[in-house]
Design a protein around this ligand. Structure first.
Ligand SMILES: Cc1ncc(COP(=O)(O)O)c(C=O)c1O
Length: 363
């Protein structure tokens, strides 16, 4: 028998989640063959996997009837060895978004607060709500940087975590190591700082990637991914470095078998390809620099970016720019009344962005 009902189902408790829609990326990585729109709205890397990774993927057989190693032991050991961390300080999960969810589930719950800079990665508010905690967004400064003093001011006895992001999505700004240190010195020990480093490989400042923050502070997590520089977004592999205590607890929240054998093998192969990875990163940095210069020459000056994307702080005309870009055959991501984020792509895609810039200026 079916009954018609109005109002919320009695089976669903009120939740922080009720305030948000389900996650959707820009256009979900869609490639539109019909109208040949080039997609620069998702911060994906436009180059196929590194050669050894493609080879590893080819060698993966059809043993999909078997579960993968639930601990992703091989990858965990390789990451620890590669970055000079202990295995007990290394956490692996299904994408860095998955790892962040694992961390938030052990760090906080109902009644707690998590601070983050906004605009930021769209998944933060949702993942915080999944943990039951309340997200507290803190606006970026006018220059697109984290407002670190304001974030510290917002810390109270309910705060359990602060998510920082460097290079920051969407502005590409970096938190320098001295600024991070000052922030961490002022952060009470009951609050964990999760530093999202999804784009760190694109940052030319070498010291951004060392593990000193987890050596010097017990309440820091460095969150990383194979989705960006390694170009494995479709395989969902992320990782983090933190104290053994945090890692030990967070490992218990992983969805069993959520790191696939394919993902683990591809990540292991990619990690061994440092020379090819370095060359790819150099190409992306060069393309980023050229895009920044060319946009500047059109009178639209991006803020300095350390990521694989650039940020045009266009304020109220951001959506108009995105519409011009679409007309020129390229999809970019507009943040209403704030700016436009353009992923570094191919030279062809960049020519379309410049065409849009010209039209935007004259329109
Ligand atoms: C800042 C930031 N963190 C994390 C992610 C998610 O990465 P992953 O594919 O590792 O889940 C993204 C994706 O765009 C991102 O922009």
């Amino acid at each position: 028998m079916s009954t018609s009902r109005t109002g919320p189902s009695p089976a669903l408790r009120a939740s922080e989640l009720d305030r948000f829609s389900a996650y959707r990326a820009g256009e979900g990585g869609r490639r539109d063959a019909a109208d040949e729109i080039l997609d620069l709205s998702n911060n994906e890397v436009m180059i196929s996997p590194l050669p050894a990774v493609a080879e590893a993927l080819r060698r993966i057989g059809t043993d999909v009837n078997l579960y993968p190693d639930p601990t992703a032991h091989t990858l965990r050991l390789r990451l620890a060895e590669h970055f000079g961390a202990g295995a007990e300080e290394t956490l692996v999960g299904p994408g860095s978004a998955g790892v962040l969810q694992q961390l938030l589930l052990v760090l906080c719950g109902a009644g707690d607060e998590v601070l983050y800079a906004w605009p930021g990665f769209d998944a933060y508010p949702l993942l915080i709500a999944v943990s039951g905690a309340r997200g507290v967004p803190v606006p970026l400064t006018a220059s697109g940087d984290h407002d670190l003093p304001r974030l510290l001011e917002k810390v109270n006895s309910r705060t359990r975590a602060v998510i920082l992001c460097s290079p920051h999505n969407p502005t590409g700004s970096r938190i320098t190591r001295p600024a991070l240190r000052r922030f961490l010195d002022g952060l009470p020990s009951h609050v964990v700082a999760v530093l999202d480093q999804a784009y760190t490989e694109f940052d030319a400042e070498e010291d951004q990637r060392d593990l000193t923050p987890i050596r010097d502070y017990g309440n820091v997590v460095l969150l990383r991914t194979f989705s960006k520089a390694h170009g494995l977004a479709g395989l969902r592999v992320g990782y983090a470095f933190a104290s053994a205590e945090i890692v030990h607890r967070a490992r218990k929240t992983v969805i069993p078998f959520s790191i696939t054998r394919t993902g683990e093998r591809a990540a292991v192969a990619s990690l061994q390809q440092q020379e090819a990875l370095t060359a790819r990163i150099a190409t992306i940095r060069r393309l980023r620099g050229a895009l920044e210069d060319d946009l500047g020459a059109e009178g639209l000056v991006p803020t300095p970016s350390a990521g694989n994307f650039v940020w045009l702080p266009l304020g109220p005309s951001s959506e108009r720019f995105a519409a011009s870009a679409l007309e020129a055959g390229v999809r970019v991501r507009a943040y209403a009344d704030m700016g436009v984020r353009i992923s570094v792509g191919t030279e062809q895609a960049h020519r379309r962005v410049l065409l849009a810039a010209r039209r935007h200026r004259s329109g």
